[in-house]
Every structure is written in structure tokens, then in C-alpha cells.
Design a protein around this ligand. Sequence first.
Ligand code: DX5
Ligand code: ZN
Length: 242
Amino acid sequence: MIELPFNNIDYGPPVKSVICHIGYVALVGKVSPSLFSADFANLGRVVVEISKLGADFLHIDIMDGSFVPNITIGPGVIKSIRPLTRVPFITHLMIDHPERMIENFADSGSDYITIHIEAKGDVGEAVKKIRQSGKKPGIALNPPTAFSKIERFLPLVDLVLVMTVNPGWPGQKFIPEAAAKIREAKTLITEEELTTLIEVDGGINAETGKICRNFGVDILAAGSWIFGAPDRKKAMDELKSL
Ligand code: DX5
Ligand code: ZN
């Protein structure tokens, strides 16, 4: 049984404005646990637990069996977990024709809605619809896709999602060449004085997360590293300290 109400959860101070110390290590990096690796039979409980442990965002993977050969959950499930936490949701849409589904995901309570540049359909229209719905658009790119393909979207989005695995499954091996695009994104964002956040997703652990931080990433999404850890708080704090 999930305990109610959830409004009494003490999330502590926002990480952005407060530097916490464990020993001499500052926990200032942002972490976004990917629910794909959570126990779906206990999803609500996991959402509450991981929020209490200090998740900065929750990364929610949506797959349609077309853009990727796998299927996960839809907007109905996001809606059902929305009242359980105040942690912002980054919804990662690995779907074709995202422009057809934006209203549904906006209504679900997602905060960021990220779509893929490689998706079939009208990516520009999808970005516009996300903005019109009052949500924050994000643009994602797969490991084989050059950074130049998303450059024109940079001033239009709030988040760039650099994939360091080919999407479809958790627990895959990090592709270092793909992570180098973080640096390209960071350089352009700095030059253009934009506030766009950079998130990286796929095969993130303490070692690969460090590489990404050095490239200038803002948010580390991690699934199996956090949910497969015996101590999830320790795993998250380790990523925040990189
Ligand atoms: C991959 C998903 C990822 C994945 C991450 O298609 O987009 O978010 O769940 O899992 P790990 O961290 O295990 O690679
Ligand atoms: Zn993802």
C-alpha cells in the first residue's frame, strides 16, 4: 500500500541554491533517475522513494514500437504518478509523429517534453506545440546523428538530450564518441548566451558520468546505475558529486 498524502514529503532545500557536503564533496550536479529501470509493479512507491532520496528530475521513457523496437508506457501512467511527487518530469518521447501526441503528454503533467530529431513526422510543429501548451520543449539526438542537425532548434528549446546509447533498452554500454557532442552543445549555448540545459542519457555511471560532466553536461539521466544499486541514495549522490 502506498501511503497518502504525499504532500508532506520533505524534499529539503533545492540543490541549486544550497551546496550540501558529504565529507568535502559538493553535491551540485543534477541527476534524473530513469524510471525505465524501476520496478513497474511498484511504480508509485518507487516515485515517492526516489523523490525523497533527492532526485532533481524524473526521466520518463516513452517508446512506441516504431521509432524504437520496444514499447513502454503512455500519458495515462504519467498522469497517475504526477500527484505523488513535486519533482519535475522530463518526458523522453522515443516516438514517431510526436506532433500528434503533444496535447496528451502536456495534459499528463510532464514538465519537459523531449522529442527526437530523427523521428518521422513534423519535429518543428511538435516543438511549437510543446511551447504553446506551456511546457518546456527538448530536442534529443541519437549517437549516429551529427550535432549540426539540431543546431537550428537550440534557441527554440529548453533542453538538449544527448543520447549515449542507441535508444530502446536500459543497461547498454556508453558510447564515448556520442558524449563528445555535449561539448559542441555547451560551446554553442555559451556563445549564444542561451539558458538551454544539456542532459545525457544512456550507460551513465560514476565513470561515464564524470566524462560527461567534464564535457559540460547539466543533467545526468541514469537508470540501471541507480535502480540496480544496493544504496540508491549513494548512487545518486555519487553522480551529483562528479
Ligand atoms: C534508453 C532510454 C534511457 C535508459 C537509460 O532508450 O532512453 O533513458 O532507460 O538506462 P541506463 O541508464 O541503464 O542506460
Ligand atoms: Zn531516456
